[in-house]
Write a protein of this length. Structure first.
Ligand code: ZN
Length: 110
């Protein structure tokens, strides 16, 4: 049986008692090409493939799956996948990039 833990607070996520949320982040160089943008719409077909992969992932170790996913992308593309507990999901949604409020004003203190 697979054991998940929250990547933010490190709390173990019990699949029976807790809701596990998956965060996927892809970082890649933007290509300014409208034709490409249309055919590479992330909402098209991707979701179904992810579900299949999710099923397969239950049979494999997380590490194996991550390696496979990495192979799907070209160089310079970075894909991250995190498991979050319910509490951390709420926190993440409020501030996905972890920007600290107020920090921007620091430089004006001089
Ligand atoms: Zn958490």
């Amino acid at each position: 049986m697979l054991h998940y833990s929250c990547d933010l607070c490190k709390r173990p996520i019990d699949p029976h008692a807790d809701v596990r949320h998956v965060v996927k982040i892809e970082v890649f160089e933007a290509v300014e090409d409208e034709g490409d943008a249309l055919c590479c719409n992330p909402e098209t077909g991707r979701e179904e493939a992810d579900h299949l992969e999710e099923m397969q992932g239950l049979l494999e170790s997380i590490d194996d799956r991550d390696l496979e996913r990495e192979g799907m992308f070209g160089e310079g593309t970075h894909a991250f996948r995190y498991d979050l507990c319910d509490a951390c999901r709420s926190r993440f949604l409020k501030n996905p990039l972890g920007v600290k409020p107020g920090k921007k004003l620091d430089f004006s203190q001089n």
